[in-house]
Write a protein that binds this ligand. Structure first.
Ligand code: GLN
Length: 542
């Protein structure tokens, strides 16, 4: 029997509702329960795939090829449960489903309304495909009081009655700010936020109060009284030095106890938090540090590279070092001599990206890494840039470019219009809609037996997640391999280059997929562990 925990947020956005949900998921898992996490996003885009990283941050891709909210990345990193298409829905998708049904005549002439038609579609989504879970944690995006979130709040309110309050719990995340001039923590924003929630008929069962300092008992009691919850249902969510401490802190605050009590479950049992204790210990007391230069385009907005920065932390965890990231805008390397700035880094990483701006700077960074034997990790766009660099400067293909930036005489990277997914042929053309038409999701890749990556993965066949429209052109394989760039990972039909590596270099690997999406703090991705290890070795040489 699946139980539902609905997580809403109030006062302000960016309080870390996704992280809070993920950490609660991990905590329930540590008590032996099976969990699934799901996110409802109130905006009207059908999915975040077409949104700019400046607007939305990272687009997280699932194995089954869904482009989803970055919070799903937190869910996977904390629980290890692979997210699916069915774990993220937007108001846009809900409305388009309802409108398609109306056009199809499914409503048999009824007037189509938000209640019940839209709310029914939301409830269908919430309850689908989760039979295997003891708990479904369902996060509602946005902040209570937003006009767009109303149908979602209404749907979860109805669910409380339909499944029974003993199978549904409402948790509300708020902010208790410290006002320096008054020297006080303020409970009023929380009171207002809960009032807002009550106005749509939802009485929270637990309040998760974000604060930068300890909330004294008197204030917690006040919150409990004004918000109509028990005192122990006011949980402090204090700022922590590493996000992986959050499950531990929640336990110390009695959050799992509260949840178990709500559902009448085994309260006496203690969760096994050893995994989190060890991770936090390693993050807090590393034996050394390395510096990685990340050369990208959205570097001032680190949410655009959320999974990437976490995967690098994980690489640090497996090598017992702190990984310091130097985020560098690629465009600055387009000035003569500017790449010398990379002199003090122990590894260079060019992450995924779209569009021409900054590409010559990225190519300059690749060249620097290749010539100075600095460990280089190219991810997706970063692999394409590496291939162009090697084509131009080692293989003598001077006009090498990507058709992503317009017609080019030497399309070393080109638009892909047909490819195999398992036994099925997928087709696209340049005029297709932009939404959902990239090569998306998990694909198999075969590794060359004598390659570096085969050693790193320690298995001949891997599966990794993709999100891109362009591909390295297999027709250049021979030229590039003779120049020293090995095509060490290929699609099963050998048509699509998935991994390249330079033989004559301490660590130079480009991958067409996004390994960062699969890395977890308790199971760091082997490529990230190996890259950081190479950076550690490099740091010892200096
Ligand atoms: N812009 C490139 C493509 O579409 C790379 C995409 C990416 O890095 N995710 O192929």
């Amino acid at each position: 029997m699946t139980r539902f925990i609905f997580i809403t947020g109030g006062v302000v956005s960016s309080l870390g509702k996704g992280l809070a949900s993920a950490a609660l998921g991990a905590l329930l898992q540590a008590r032996g329960f099976k969990v699934r996490l799901r996110k409802l996003d109130p905006y009207l885009n059908v999915d975040p795939g077409t949104m700019s990283p400046f607007q939305h941050g990272e687009v997280y891709v699932t194995d089954d090829g869904a482009e989803t909210d970055l919070d799903l990345g937190h869910y996977e990193r904390f629980t290890g449960v692979a997210s699916r298409q069915s774990d993220n829905v937007t108001a846009g998708r809900i409305y388009s489903t309802v409108i398609a049904r109306e056009r199809h005549g499914d409503y048999l002439g009824a007037t189509v309304q938000v209640i019940p038609h839209v709310t029914d579609a939301i409830k269908e989504f919430i309850t689908a495909d989760c039979e295997d879970a003891d708990f479904l944690l369902c996060e509602i995006g946005g902040t209570v009081g937003d006009i767009e979130s109303l149908p979602f709040l209404e749907a979860i309110r109805q669910m409380g009655n339909e499944v029974g309050r003993e199978r549904a719990m409402y948790v509300h995340l708020t902010l208790v700010p410290y006002i320096a001039t008054a020297g006080e923590l303020k409970t009023k924003p929380t009171q207002h936020s809960v009032k807002e929630l009550l106005s749509v008929g939802i009485q929270p069962d637990g309040l998760l109060c974000r604060s930068d300092r300890e909330i004294p008992y008197a204030e917690r009691r006040k919150i409990a009284q004004f918000c109509n919850v028990r005192e122990e249902a006011v949980i402090q969510a204090l700022d922590v030095d590493t996000i992986y401490q959050v499950p531990i802190s929640y336990h110390e605050q009695g959050f799992d106890e509260l949840v178990c009590r709500h559902f009448g479950l085994d309260q006496g049992r203690q969760p096994d938090l050893s995994r989190w204790i060890e991770i936090v210990e390693r993050v807090r007391s590393p034996e050394g540090e390395v510096k990685i230069g990340v050369v990208g385009k959205y570097t001032h907005l680190q949410d655009s590279y959320k999974s990437l920065s976490e995967a690098l932390v994980h690489g640090g965890i497996s090598n017992n070092v702190r990984v310091n990231l130097d985020w560098i805008e690629a465009e600055i390397f387009e000035t003569e001599g500017a790449v010398q700035k990379l002199d003090d880094v122990n590894g260079i990483l060019v992450p995924g990206g779209f569009g021409e701006r900054g590409t010559e700077g990225k190519i300059a960074a690749v060249k620097f890494a290749r010539e100075h034997k600095v460990p280089y990790f190219g991810i997706c766009f970063g692999m394409q840039m590496a291939v162009i660099e090697v084509a131009r400067n080692l293989a003598g293909i001077s006009g090498a470019g990507s058709t992503e930036f317009g017609a080019t005489e030497k399309p070393v990277v080109g638009l892909l219009t047909e490819w195999m997914r398992g036994d099925e042929l997928e087709r696209r053309n340049a005029e297709d809609n932009l939404g959902g038409t990239m090569r998306l999701g998990a694909y198999e890749c075969h590794l060359a037996p004598d390659s570096r990556v085969a050693g790193i993965y320690d298995t001949p066949v891997i599966s990794e997640r993709h999100r891109h429209r362009y591909e390295v052109n297999i027709n250049y394989q021979e030229d590039l391999e003779s120049a020293g760039l090995m095509f060490s990972g290929l699609s099963p039909d050998k048509e699509l280059p998935e991994i390249v590596e330079l033989r004559d270099h301490p660590w130079f690997i480009g991958v067409q997929f996004h390994p960062e999406l699969r890395s977890k703090p308790f199971d760091p991705h082997p490529l990230f562990s190996s890259f950081i290890e190479a950076a550690v070795n490099k740091s010892r040489l200096v």
